[in-house]
Design a protein around this ligand. Structure first.
Ligand code: PNS
Length: 179
């Protein structure tokens, strides 16, 4: 396969946080492209759980030792960022038909903005087709198990994030003696 790999692709997104579905797509991207740049959108409108720096550190840790994956941030137009880093391809994951309309719009808008940048869609493994960062946060917050849905570093960071958000434990109540 390595003989057929070509160039640099960008895998853009919010990644709040990265999930095993994203990891699956990056893995598939690496079977086609020499390098994948995971590009985190710095978006001042959204209220992310993890800061941009935290998301960057998390993804770096998830891919530690893999020289073919780079992690970066961008703002402004994605196609301009692609030109800046010398990437000819944008990779996006398609989980289900419900993703299609939004992705189709984005791909055609990006093509309108810069016809030399191609969008490539990849399907994750079927067992990730229901997975999203939003659901991971919701399930974790409500005490559900996200073990098989996110890399270990995300599980740890989620625990730290919600532990830090909790008010300090109240001191134990003294029982009044019954005489
Ligand atoms: O993980 P997400 O939130 O689905 O990722 C969306 C993302 C970051 C790929 C998209 O919002 C994006 O590319 N934003 C950059 C702004 C831009 O280029 N807009 C015009 C083309 S749609």
């Amino acid at each position: 396969m390595s003989k057929n790999r070509k160039g640099v692709a960008i895998f853009p997104g919010t990644f709040d946080p990265i999930t095993n579905g994203h990891l699956d797509i990056i893995g598939r991207g690496l079977t086609v492209f020499d390098h994948v740049i995971v590009a985190i959108l710095v978006n001042s409108e959204k209220q992310p759980l993890f800061t941009t720096d935290e998301r960057k550190a998390i993804i770096r840790e998830a891919f530690r030792g893999n020289a073919r994956v780079r992690v970066d941030t961008f703002s402004g137009l994605l196609v301009d960022y692609a030109v800046k880093v010398g990437a000819g391809v944008i990779v996006r994951g398609l989980r289900a038909i419900s993703d299609f309309e939004y992705e189709f719009q984005m791909a055609l808008m990006n093509r309108h903005l810069n016809p030399s940048i191609e969008t490539v869609f990849m399907m994750p493994a079927e067992h990730y087709s229901y997975l999203s960062s939003r659901l991971v946060k919701e399930v974790f917050q409500l005490g559900g198990n996200v073990h098989k849905l996110v890399p270990a570093v995300v599980e740890r960071r989620l625990r730290e994030k919600y532990r830090d958000a909790l008010p300090p434990a109240a001191p134990p109540r003294r029982r009044s003696r019954v005489r």
